[in-house]
Design a binder for this molecule. Sequence first.
Ligand code: SF4
Length: 374
Amino acid sequence: MAEEFRLDPWASAVRLEYEKLFRYFGIKPFRELLPRVTEVLGEPLHLMRRGVIFGHRDFDSVLEAYRSGERVALVTGFMPSGRFHFGHKMVADQIIYYQKLGFEIFIVIADAEAYAVRKLDRRKVIETGLYEYVANLIALGLEKNRHTHIYFQTNYETPYYRLIQMFSRKITMAEMEAIYGDLEPGKVMAALTQAADILHPQLDYFGGFKHVLVPVGADQDPHIRLARDIADRFENELGLRRPASTYHRFQSGLDGNKMSSSRPDYTIFLSDPIDVAVRKLKNALTGGRATVEEQRRLGGEPEKCTVYEFYVYHLVRDDKKLARIYQECRGGRLLCGPDKQYAAELLAKFLEEHQRKLEKAKDRVLEYVEPPSF
Ligand code: SF4
């Protein structure tokens, strides 16, 4: 039963058993939709092709809406609690993929949540939101257009705040505790605010109805379930419909646990000096064997290797090349020393180019978003 397995969206480093999500929460495997994705959207994003995006709720209805020319929007958010790392880049890649397809884009900088739940300094949160998150998104290719909206939770339009108030009427504490476990007032506010983040693009005030898709890490599913319950209860009053969602795997930190800004030695940030990033990668946990002789004889284990994961998520976009690395590793023809050197070269090349763009992007953040005044 679902009660035996609860997800905590505020835990900093949960490890998930993904198949439990299919079993307990009705999340469906994404792989089954790949042929339909190809038909409707064209070439699937590498994260879809490689199973990094592994689950969904109602993504088929988003595909159908897109195919028939209805309006579709992607909603996502970032908690500005630390520096922008490669785990965040995975979300950015999805945003940019959907933006290119013509989805409307809503990006929330969750400064209210960072203040109330993570208890961070407000000034610092705003600065991080601007110069880490928004700047990196721009540098990665997020375009500014009339269908792209970035906002801070504490600096948005009145109807958005009205939604938060209205939602509080039709949700009980018992329901929220069933979804989230123990709650304090800050978390209740944060959860209702997230529901408003997810659902507000459907209101007339924000341009009228559109189908909403929310790509999340699996630990964020409680927010999706709450937003879907709330949408059901406000269907008549506000015309809200359930949002769809996709679920991606976490990127591992370089020691095999979750990548997180609170674990900087095991996390590569997109603003890390290149020598620092390369050093971290070279110290990463691999799927290599104890000795060269053993590796030649038994082959490596790319499934357990954080360097290989970097290839899959970020460094190698060509599927054939990726398959070649996998087979050479498995077959014992590739050794970790030279392979790490190769990965480090790819990483350095990416970061060099990205950081050039990042410096320019910092001057443009205020074109994309208006920060709160205090
Ligand atoms: S050879 Fe490369 S992919 Fe294989 S385990 Fe070593 S570092 Fe990982």
